[in-house]
Write a new protein. Structure first.
Length: 364
């Protein structure tokens, strides 16, 4: 894949207003990918966040990509040492990544079957807080004063504010995240809608499994929610629209009720090894059949009218780095399926490859 040149651009967000796209274009030539600094947004270790922005000639649409990379919620999972440093553990990184490491494989419009055509400007947002873009807490695990900054929710709010200044009125938006970013994209749909309340929007969750009880223990879900202080980031009307204990499938149901005009596409393999491992760590007696059982139940019972799934056999985790034309479920390739969604085709429907039946397990 051809890499675009990378340039450093420091944006003064508080004064970046008015004809923002024109101002940005003066510093970043069309077709180049530039780094935009995000003052106030921080990675887990306190290093400053940024985002990659690509302005394409004549593009009228917007593609926002949220990077993935695991999650952590205590001193063990974050691999925090007695010296106060947290290495990341089950989170891929808690420090500022290199700009070239924050790329969706669909950045290149020439990738076979890519639904993100040259008509999309691109924003790529790194993930370095280990909290699924949900957290709102300065951690001090065990009272040892590690000072791990899990402010993924605030980071995304700051990033989206900058995106709105650069691209104030796109024709439509594709919000996509992979793995942790896929879960974070669903959780933060309300933040995107705050900035773009009426813009047509499609959300793509690449391997962002919407875990729910009983497949993952509710106690384990609650532990994550409490660790990241989700009471400070969950929409206030969530309990009214989705009563009962909170889980990740509930977020998707909330979005269907609160924003019935958006599209949602979940892409997942039935036996996603990474997500099964995550589920076991959080707590699940379904073991390596957790994802299989969970996503089938989710497709059967939790989808709204404009929410669909694309399920594949195998254990692969994430598909954003594969040509969509080569990803096939039940005879339909992912590129065509997503294009049908984006074009509003009436034949856009669930695609669920037949993986065979998961064992009938009873949670303990």
């Amino acid at each position: 894949m051809r890499r675009q040149p990378m340039f450093m651009v420091v944006v003064a967000l508080l004064t970046f207003a008015g004809p923002a796209a024109a101002l940005f274009a003066e510093a970043c030539a069309e077709g180049d990918t530039c780094v935009v600094e995000l003052p106030g947004a921080v990675c887990g270790d306190g290093t400053q966040m940024f985002m990659n922005v690509t302005v394409r000639t004549g593009a009228s649409k917007l593609y926002v990509y949220l990077q993935g990379g695991g999650a952590c919620w205590d001193s063990m999972t974050c691999a925090c040492g007695w010296d106060g440093n947290c290495a990341g553990g089950t989170a891929a990184t808690l420090t500022r990544p290199l700009a070239d490491q924050v790329r969706s494989g669909w950045h290149d419009p020439n990738v076979a079957g890519n639904p993100i055509s040259a008509d999309y400007n691109i924003v790529e947002i790194p993930y370095c807080s280990g909290d699924l873009f949900m957290g709102h807490k300065l951690q001090s695990f065990g009272g040892r004063g590690h000072g791990l900054r899990q402010f993924g929710y605030r980071n995304l709010r700051i990033a989206l504010g900058s995106v709105k200044r650069i691209f104030p009125s796109p024709e439509s938006i594709v919000l996509m995240g992979s793995s942790a970013g896929g879960i974070g994209a669903a959780f933060n749909l309300h933040q995107v809608r705050r900035e773009y309340p009426k813009t047509p929007l499609s959300l793509i969750a690449d391997s962002g499994t919407p875990f729910k009880a009983p497949y993952v223990h509710q106690g384990g879900m609650d532990r994550l929610m409490n660790a990241w202080s989700l009471r400070d980031s969950i929409p206030s009307d969530y309990p009214l629209l989705v009563p009962g204990p909170m889980d990740l499938s509930g977020i998707v149901k909330y979005n269907a009720k609160r924003y019935p005009d958006h599209n949602y596409a979940l892409i997942s393999s039935y036996d996603d090894l990474t997500m099964n491992s995550f589920a076991i760590l959080v707590g699940s007696h379904y073991g390596f059949f957790t994802v299989h059982s969970n996503i089938n139940d989710f497709a059967d019972h939790d989808l709204g009218g404009r929410q669909k799934v694309f399920y594949l056999t195998g254990s692969r985790h994430t598909f954003h780095d594969l040509p969509p034309a080569e990803v096939v479920a039940d005879g339909v390739n992912l590129g065509d399926w997503l294009s049908d969604m984006l074009e509003g085709q009436s034949n856009w429907t669930n695609q669920r490859a037949n993986p065979g039946l998961a064992p009938a397990l009873t949670p303990q």
